[in-house]
Design a protein around this ligand. Sequence first.
Ligand SMILES: NC(=O)c1ccc[n+]([C@@H]2O[C@H](COP(=O)([O-])OP(=O)(O)OC[C@H]3O[C@@H](n4cnc5c(N)ncnc54)[C@H](OP(=O)(O)O)[C@@H]3O)[C@@H](O)[C@H]2O)c1
Length: 311
Amino acid sequence: MSRTIALTGATGFIGGVLARRLETIGWQIRALVRPASLGARYAGTATQWIEGDLEDLDSLRRLVNNDVYAVVHCAGAVRGASQAQFDGVNVDGVARLVQAAREQHQMPRFLLISSLAAREPHLSPYAASKRQGEDTLATTAGDMNWAVLRPSAVYGPGDKELLPLFRWIGRGIAPILGSRSARFSLLYVEDLAESVVHWLNSDTNERRAFELHDGHPDGYAWHDVVDTVAQLYDRHVFRIQVPVVILRLLAGLNLGAAQIFGYAPMLTPGKVRELNHSNWVCDNDALTRETGWAPRVSLAEGLQRTLRLGD
Ligand SMILES: NC(=O)c1ccc[n+]([C@@H]2O[C@H](COP(=O)([O-])OP(=O)(O)OC[C@H]3O[C@@H](n4cnc5c(N)ncnc54)[C@H](OP(=O)(O)O)[C@@H]3O)[C@@H](O)[C@H]2O)c1
């Protein structure tokens, strides 16, 4: 059996952690890198880098050819100003990569890193694109062995989305961005990487989407997260509930500015709808049953590592 994994997204937060974990346990990594991101390649490893883009089918053929055991598709657009921007990466990119994988004489297994957001595709262009990416894989995979992972919100060192918020809380100010009653699951990035390892090591042929989170029953409310950071820093934290109308206003302005100045925004009206969704709690049972994976890192431990407390 080949020990090579074709990986996308290795220059990003999750893909970088995943690549290093896979290399540590003896997998060879062939990773896609966009020309503009050559500087973001991690150093000191044996990763073979293939210059290309999800928009370029030939580069994807070079990525997956010559007997790769599996394709782990972790690249994705997490910010964007329009449905077309998300779809171009999260839907069309999946379609091209599946095509390249299926052209191989020895078809690899295919693991798509989607998102729990795909469970509620009506909420945002991002969520819709992740769901459509999953559907594209399911309908075009043919005989290929595939699965989808739907992680809840992922955090850890190197994260650009949640880490700034955790740092603010550590300084004593906690903007509460979602509704008070909203509950959500979280997942430490190394537990996500470990779930991929378990899927690769298992011989499961369950072609479906698997949700995953840190195992905390019934997820968290924002106040649980603030309490945990406050305990780690042993300080009082001042909480500010940001009214949803203000968030919507800021998101609308940000989206308008992004369309004018051509950047990819994170805070958009769709993101506000995601933040206000009442139930982002999920369930590990199916993935644990199929692969034996179970999360190990609690929120307190994960935050301690993420904020590098005690280093
Ligand atoms: N972070 C979370 O909380 C979370 C939760 C659930 C699911 N996910 C999913 O996990 C995946 C990784 O997320 P992340 O947080 O690690 O995001 P990230 O740090 O923004 O990384 C995204 C990766 O995708 C690559 N990419 C984007 N467009 C591409 C294209 N057209 N061609 C080739 N590569 C492209 C990026 O390459 P460049 O370096 O060149 O930009 C980067 O390596 C995404 O699919 C996301 O939907 C994330």
